[in-house]
Write a protein that binds this ligand. Structure first.
Ligand code: GLU
Length: 446
């Protein structure tokens, strides 16, 4: 999950001041990601006549934190970085969501991703709200030691804006268990020594020995596969007869493909930031993942033929799994797709126009806020294990994850049927109904 030279271009890095305001109106010429969220949100609100007070509250993030912080580089220079944490909503529980390190990170992107987390945790029915954060940075340009100092200084700059019962970060694009371990260590180091043992759940997605959970690494991909099992059952077609292709071969894309392999589903094509490959006979997900790990990408994989981006998108298959960056399925690319289902492994791969075209063309879409929720569900399990000083085995984690993914799938599917609407809107409806109930019960202070 890195920048797309071959993928649809990532949104260009923009100064925070140019970002769209919270009412979703684009400020510059670019498409605002938060505007997409607001359009999706409005469609669902209109359909269910959401309480206007709840609607006004949910249309804006609760808090937006932006920090500029200096970090010493290996050569002695000091660079100043910009980091964000947007806390969209905490009505259902502590703010929760990942941190990404990417040049496209800006306030508008983080705002959108934070709102999606609020809907995601509500659909998965875990007691969290939604947040997201990140640093506008290309991590490939820095040494490991520099990345450690950047991560630690960002954590220090966030200070009390994160906390185990308040706002709990996790991995996202270009961040991993190692980065979570540095965040944990930095956060604990700023706390009085006698309290530190109680704060291990300030981040999730930690390495196992530092309080991580079994199954967290593969959780998003595992969640996608549990959902696809349900979908295949509804189609009355076994996964063994299903063909698919994947965009992005990072955590989500590669785990999804590797977990699908034993089912016998055929992986026809893969694209990442280095290029795209295709093999009619089917690619071996483990081998491709291995190759990508050793070569920094899939380009040059010997057992497949290279294809260009548009040919890749036109692959005829049952399922397309976009698991890279935002805005990949657009007015330009949606007409090229030749599949029955788009399963959004990444966040925001389909823009508003792309969504409309998929619907017109009768291509079903499993929305991000349902499809990739396995990660945050296992984050919740990790958080619970930390609080209870427990360690669950992989079987237990997977079993509990499957139960939640299946329940979420069925509630979205049934809501779509009930309201005769698309699955994205149905997923919003599930989330909004749960949030509306909380606001109705609790009221507004004072
Ligand atoms: N970054 C992941 C997501 O977008 C996981 C978030 C979490 O575990 O808190 O859902």
């Amino acid at each position: 999950m890195t920048t797309g030279t071959k993928l649809e271009p990532a949104p260009a890095a923009k100064p925070a001041t140019k970002a769209a305001p919270s009412d979703g109106k684009p400020a510059g010429g670019h498409t605002s990601l938060f505007e997409t969220v607001i359009r999706q949100f409005n469609k669902a609100c209109d359909l269910i006549n959401l309480d206007p007070n709840t609607r006004r509250i949910l249309a804006k993030p609760t808090n937006e934190i932006s920090v500029n912080f200096p970090v010493k580089m290996d050569d002695g220079r000091v660079e100043v970085f910009t980091g964000y944490r947007v806390q969209h909503n905490s009505a259902r529980g502590p703010f929760k969501g990942g941190l990404r390190f990417h040049p496209s990170v800006d306030i508008d992107e983080v705002r959108a991703l934070a709102a999606w987390m609020t809907w995601k945790t509500a659909i998965a029915d875990i007691p969290f709200g939604g947040a997201k954060g990140g640093i506008q940075i290309d991590p490939a340009k820095y040494s490991k030691r520099e990345l450690e100092r950047i991560t630690r200084r960002f954590t220090f700059a966030l200070g009390d804006n994160i906390g185990p019962e308040y706002d709990i970060p996790a991995p996202d694009v270009n961040t991993n268990a190692q980065i979570m371990a540095w965040i944990l260590d930095t956060y604990l180091s700023t706390m009085p020594p006698h309290t530190r043992q109680g704060y291990g759940h300030v981040v999730t997605g930690k390495p196992l020995v530092s309080g991580g959970s079994q199954g967290r690494d593969k959780a998003t991909g595992q969640g996608v596969v549990y959902l696809l099992e349900e979908w295949a059952r509804d189609q009355k077609k076994p996964l063994s007869e299903i063909s698919y292709f994947v965009q992005g071969f990072g955590n989500v894309g590669s785990w999804t493909a590797r977990i699908l392999k034993p089912f016998g589903s055929k992986l026809l094509a893969v694209e990442d930031h280095t290029g795209a490959i295709f093999d009619e006979g089917g690619l071996d997900a483990d081998e491709v993942a291995d190759f990508a790990r050793h070569h920094g990408g899939i380009k040059g994989y010997p057992k497949a033929k290279p294809v260009d981006h548009d040919t890749f998108l036109s692959t005829k298959a049952d399922i397309f799994i976009p698991a890279a960056l935002e805005n990949q399925i657009t007015a330009r690319t949606a007409p090229m797709l030749n599949v029955k289902l788009v399963a959004e492994g990444g966040n925001g791969p389909t823009d508003w126009d792309g969504d409309g075209i998929l619907q017109q063309r009768g291509i079903q879409l499993m929305p991000d806020i349902l499809c990739n929720s396995g990660g945050v569900v296992v984050s919740y399990f990790e958080w619970l294990q930390n609080k209870r000083s427990e360690f669950w085995d992989l079987e237990e984690v997977d079993h509990k994850l499957k139960k939640r993914m299946t329940a979420a799938y069925r509630s979205v599917r049934d809501t779509a049927a009930q309201h005769k609407t698309d699955w994205r809107t149905a997923a919003y409806i599930v989330a909004l109904n749960r949030l509306e109930t909380v606001y109705k019960e609790r009221g507004i202070f004072p």
